[in-house]
Write a protein that binds this ligand. Structure first.
Ligand code: HEM
Length: 253
């Protein structure tokens, strides 16, 4: 705790906290996007989509050394801690930057945040709201109006939600917003690490753009494939159909 206080006391310490927690969240996003590509790999011999097995695998991770859900809860707590520390660090940094900016003493107005900082604050706040709604939607299943939720049926939960355009479109918009936040976040990370240099800035910016577009496009494939990929909206009977569909597809290869 003392070390954390010490880190937050200096400007470079706050930047370091924002960078490390940002990196942890980027890591999660990469894993989350990659894991969800299992919607395209069909189903196992039991007819259950691979993505459902993958969801179960995450819950059982660490077994038999650890009881089920322990590793998952460890990862969840680490992510939550990262989100909190990231938000506190960037808010403190933004406040500090505002105070350091020249103030118009005649009008005695409070200095405004820079456009980049403002844009990160707005997109960051939207992302926070998205995460809360997203967990209520797909993890706890508290938003049945977006599509019926059955625990463990990851594939069908997504099919039921994204076959409705009014759920898929806001998700797509949100993924683009996340892409913009990622681009600026990765670029700031390079600056915090002292990697920026006029000789290689174009390369670093290029990397940040490719990374942000790559993650956004991967996530967008999910709602798009359910919107246009011909997957039917499923009820209990349709659920069997979709299981047969993925099973047939697999055995025909
Ligand atoms: C189109 C894009 C996305 C889709 C289809 C999607 C889908 C899902 C699904 C189905 C779950 C529940 C998994 C399960 O119960 O086993 C989940 C959990 C979660 N997602 Fe996403 N996700 C997307 C994008 C994102 C993004 C961009 C973020 C972060 C900014 C995010 C953060 C989370 C978190 C924090 C959880 C809870 C993980 C847990 O506690 O188990 N997701 N997502």
């Amino acid at each position: 705790m003392k070390r954390l206080k010490l880190l937050f006391a200096s400007s470079i310490g706050k930047k370091f906290v924002a960078a490390v927690t940002g990196l942890i969240m980027f890591g999660f996003l990469l894993g989350h996007a990659a894991g969800h590509m299992k919607i395209f790999t069909g189903a196992g011999a039991d007819g259950v989509p691979h993505i459902d097995h993958y969801g179960q695998f995450l819950k059982d991770f660490g077994a038999p050394a650890l009881p089920p859900m322990i590793a998952l809860w460890g990862a969840r707590l680490m992510l939550l801690g990262s989100v909190i520390l990231h938000v506190v660090a960037v808010l403190m940094l933004s406040d500090q930057n505002k105070k350091a900016r020249p103030v118009d003493y005649v009008k005695k107005k409070r200095a405004a945040a820079s456009p980049a900082a403002l844009y990160m604050m707005v997109t960051g706040t939207l992302i926070l709201a998205f995460i809360v709604l997203h967990i209520l939607h797909f993890t706890t299943g508290n938003l049945p109006m977006l599509g019926k939720h059955v625990h463990g049926e990851v594939y069908n939960n997504m099919a039921r939600s994204f076959s409705q355009w009014w759920v898929a479109i806001p998700y797509l918009i949100m993924m683009v917003i996340i892409g913009f936040h990622l681009y600026h976040g990765v670029w700031s990370l390079f600056q915090t690490l002292g990697l920026d240099n006029p000789d290689r800035n174009a390369l670093l910016r290029g990397f940040a753009i490719v990374f942000a577009i790559g993650v956004t496009a991967t996530f967008c494939l999910i709602p798009l494939s359910f919107m246009f990929g011909g997957e039917p909206a499923v009820d209990n009977e349709g659920m069997n159909r979709i299981y047969e569909y993925t099973h047939d597809k697999l055995s025909s290869h």
